[in-house]
Design a protein around this ligand. Structure first.
Ligand SMILES: [Zn+2]
Length: 294
C-alpha cells in the first residue's frame, strides 16, 4: 500500500519479500527431475496465489528474482511487474557466491542486474545473496555496480544500517568493523524466513513446521517490533514454492490481517522503505558504536 506524502509515518513498516528461485538452484547443482519440479511449483502455482493475496490486501511487495527465473519464466515475472511489485537481484542460477572466483562472481552480478533491469524496465535497487552466502568481495562489488541496498545480513532486525567495508578480524586484538560505505542493509533472519521452517531437504528429510507454529513466531516478532521499535521495518523472507502451498498461503493471509489489526502498520516495497530511510537522514540504531579502522 502506498502512503501519501500527507500521511503520518507508520509505527511499523512490514516488507513482504519473495525469493522467486523457481528451479534455478537445482539447475545449478544438477538436481534431478523431482527437485526441479519442486522449484517449478513456484511459477506454476505459488506466484499466482501470492499475487492474488497481495492484490486482495492492497500490499506492494518485493520479489528477488534469479536471472535464470527471469529468462525461463518471463510471464511469471511480467505478472509480478504488472502488479506493481519491485524486482531485485538474486544471482543467476542461485550461485553460492562464496564458491566463485572474482571474475565469475562479477559476471553473475552484472548479468543478473542487467537481466532484471530488462524484465522490470528499470535498474534494480536491491540485491539479496542466494543462500545468504557472500564472498569477501560480494558487497563491495554490489555497491560498485550501483545497487542501493543489500538484504543478506543479520546484524540488526528492524533497523537499517550501512554496510561496512574493510573489516579486519583479529583474535586477541578483537575485530575492527571497517567504515560504512554507501550500500544500505535491510537485515534479515532465518527466523523470519519460511524455508527453514517449512521445507525439508532431499528425500523429504528434515523438519516441516505446522503453519500455526510459524504464524506464532512471526506474529510475536511483529507485535514486539510494533510495541518496542517505533519506525522500524520488519522484513519477512518467503519463497513461492514454500509459502504458496495452501496451508501456508492461508497462514500468510492471517499474518497480514493481524498486522493490519495492530494499527499504524504499512506494507511496502524495500526500495521505497530504503528511500524513506535515506530521506529521513539514514539514522542507524543509536546504541551501537563500532570501532573503525584508523
Ligand atoms: Zn533464494
Amino acid at each position: 500500500m502506498e502512503q501519501s506524502s500527507a500521511s503520518p509515518a507508520p509505527r511499523l513498516t512490514v516488507a513482504l519479500t519473495f525469493d522467486h528461485d523457481a528451479m534455478s538452484s537445482e539447475v545449478n547443482r544438477g538436481g534431478g527431475a523431482v527437485m526441479i519440479s519442486r522449484g517449478e511449483f513456484g511459477p506454476r502455482v505459488g506466484v499466482g496465489r501470492i499475487l492474488a493475496l497481495l492484490e486482495r490486501h492492497g500490499v506492494d511487495a518485493t520479489f528477488f528474482v534469479p536471472g535464470h527465473t527471469a529468462v525461463t519464466f518471463p510471464d511469471s515475472v511480467a505478472a509480478i511487474v504488472a502488479a506493481g511489485h519491485e524486482l531485485g537481484c538474486h544471482g543467476w542460477t542461485h550461485e553460492d557466491l562464496a564458491s566463485l572466483d572474482e571474475a565469475a562472481e562479477r559476471e553473475v552480478l552484472v548479468r543478473s542486474r542487467d537481466q532484471i533491469a530488462r524484465a522490470w524496465g528499470r535498474v534494480p535497487a536491491g540485491f539479496r545473496a542466494p543462500y545468504w552466502s557472500l564472498s569477501p568481495r560480494t558487497l563491495a562489488t554490489v555497491e560498485e555496480l550501483g545497487f542501493r541496498y543489500d538484504s543478506s545480513l543479520m546484524a540488526d532486525d528492524v533497523r537499517l544500517y550501512r554496510v561496512r567495508h574493510g573489516v579486519v578480524h583479529g583474535t586477541w586484538e578483537g575485530s575492527h568493523l571497517g567504515a560504512p560505505g554507501r550500500l544500505i542493509e535491510v537485515p534479515i533472519s532465518w527466523t523470519l524466513d519460511d524455508w527453514p521452517h517449512f521445507e525439508p531437504g532431499r528425500l523429504g528429510l528434515g523438519p516441516m513446521s505446522a503453519p500455526s507454529k510459524v504464524l506464532e513466531i512471526w506474529t510475536e516478532e511483529l507485535r514486539w517490533a510494533h510495541a518496542n521499535e517505533p519506525g522500524g521495518l520488519l522484513t519477512i523472507t518467503m519463497h513461492p514454492e514454500a509459502i504458496g502451498r495452501s496451508s501456508r498461503i492461508a497462514m500468510l493471509e492471517r499474518f497480514i490481517e493481524t498486522a493490519k489489526g495492530l494499527g499504524s502498520v504499512t506494507f511496502d516495497r524495500l526500495d521505497r522503505a530504503v528511500e524513506r530511510w535515506e530521506a529521513a537522514g539514514g539514522v542507524e540504531r543509536a546504541a551501537f558504536q563500532a570501532r573503525e579502522i584508523v
